[in-house]
Design a protein around this ligand. Structure first.
Ligand code: UD1
Length: 420
């Protein structure tokens, strides 16, 4: 077990490079099983969720090899079935993509119900609705195993009752090899939907409309291997942007797509942060006292739920009142109890947090309750007076590569301490 020890009070300065998008990589890696061939995926983030997916694919017979720090070669020609025997699938949320991808290639797949962050009820009824509309039967056993199978998959029109990233990608994966046309209406529009669709199209799929709320898929007979580069991580970049604001810093964030950061850029500008956009980088700099703003998380292009927690910490550290409304996740304010230990003044329910900001956050021993809450606590530690210790940082390692090194390079006083 390790913990982070942070000494607060340093303004972040310098340059940070952003890695590949976790939420795109964890969809694209399972999608490789849709072909019976070798794919090279570049700009893969070095995070635990990617390692777990590598183990899962190896378990079902793929040949998975890291070519260098950020490229991975996946040969799926020797996989015969997509049946995940052990509990690896419980470690991450994205294991549910094995269902759509396995259904697409083998017309049959089985995993344990997915794990991932504890941010409230996270049903997958829309994934199931999509699979069934394509002709599959879905069975969930009492011990939490989900199995999907079909004699054949036939394209259909599917309207999602909830805008769901996971369901949109999973249905796309099941539909690319189905017979005929599939239309997904009320589809999610996040950048990683577009990235996954681009990857599938590079393998020979015929998907149009990704990035809009109607996605049209013409089924094809076969997909082939390809080389593909994952887009930059919008959430990782947003985390450093918010950290720069919280510490009154001045940083350049490299290897980003500024367009994907607009929901965050808009809010930080509204608060008074200086932002300059360049081709593939962005400068975020403190100019004048920041003013609190209200936030509501929404599906893309709304403010991302994955940055609600870092943003709540930033707002907690400013003088004045603000309101955060969680419009995507069911119960994403549990971590608030941890920042309250540092002196934050927040009243919250499942969907709302009312913040009375204070400039007197103080270091404390706190627990990362999930991935993004962990990142938020790092930001709180950077702002707080004194020493903060964050335990259960394995949550953070699931989704942020080299996080302490990246913050250290920006001048932060943070170290990872191994405990027995
Ligand atoms: C994915 C991301 C996660 C991000 C979230 C929202 C991955 C691995 N995870 O999670 O980082 O926070 O998108 O951007 O990419 N819902 C249903 N039924 C469904 C599906 C979803 O009711 O079948 C509801 C749930 O309340 C769920 C919410 O919609 O919490 C968002 O779901 P979805 O967009 O699918 O997100 P996740 O797959 O949970």
């Amino acid at each position: 077990m390790s913990k982070f020890v942070i000494e607060g009070g340093t303004k972040l300065k310098g340059k940070v490079n952003i890695g590949g998008f976790k939420n795109a990589a964890v969809a694209i890696i399972p999608a490789t099983i849709l072909c019976q061939d070798k794919c090279i995926i570049q700009n893969v983030p070095l995070i635990d969720d990617v390692n777990v997916l590598g183990e899962i694919l190896t378990e079902i017979g793929a040949d998975v090899e890291f070519l260098d720090d950020t490229s991975i070669s996946i040969d799926t020609s020797n996989i015969n079935e997509c049946y995940l025997k052990n509990g690896l699938s419980k470690k991450i949320r994205a294991s549910y993509y094995l269902l759509g991808a396995g259904l697409g290639r083998f017309k049959n797949a089985s995993t344990l119900l997915p794990g991932g962050c504890d941010i409230g009820d996270r049903p997958i009824d829309q994934h199931i609705k999509g699979f069934e509309a394509l002709g599959a039967t879905v069975d969930i056993s009492d011990d939490g195993r989900i199995s999907v199978k079909a004699d054949k998959l036939i394209g259909n029109k599917i309207y999602l009752d909830v805008v769901s990233v996971g369901a949109t990608i999973n249905i796309m994966m099941a539909a690319v090899l189905a017979e005929g046309k599939t239309t997904i209406e009320n589809a999610a529009k996040e950048p990683h939907i577009v990235d996954t669709a681009n990857f599938l199209n590079s393998m020979g799929a015929d998907i149009k409309g990704a990035g809009t709320d109607v996605i049209r898929i013409n089924g094809v007979e076969k997909l082939r291997g390809c080389t593909y580069r994952v887009i930059p991580d919008q959430i990782e970049a947003g985390t450093y942007m918010i950290a720069a604001a919280a510490t009154k810093g001045d940083i350049i964030i490299d290897d980003v797509i500024p367009k994907h950061l607009e929901p965050i850029t808009a809010k930080l500008k509204e608060m008074g942060m200086g932002i300059e956009e360049y081709g593939d980088s962005i400068r975020v700099f403190y100019e004048n006292e920041l003013t609190p703003v209200n936030i509501q998380t929404l599906p893309y292009p709304g403010f991302p739920t994955d940055l609600q927690q870092p943003m709540t910490v930033l707002l907690s550290s400013l003088h004045g009142e603000s309101m955060v409304v969680e419009g995507v996740s069911e119960d994403r304010f549990k971590y608030v109890n941890e920042i309250k230990k540092m002196g934050a003044n927040i009243e919250y329910s499942k969907k709302h947090a009312k913040i009375s900001g204070t400039k007197n956050l103080k270091g404390a021993i706190v627990r990362a309750t999930d991935l993004r809450a962990g990142a938020a606590l790092i930001i709180a530690g950077l702002v707080a007076e004194g020493i903060t210790e964050i335990i259960d940082i394995y949550h953070i390692d699931r989704g942020y590569e080299f996080i302490e090194n990246k913050f250290m390079n920006l001048g932060a006083k943070i170290r990872r301490v191994k405990e027995d």
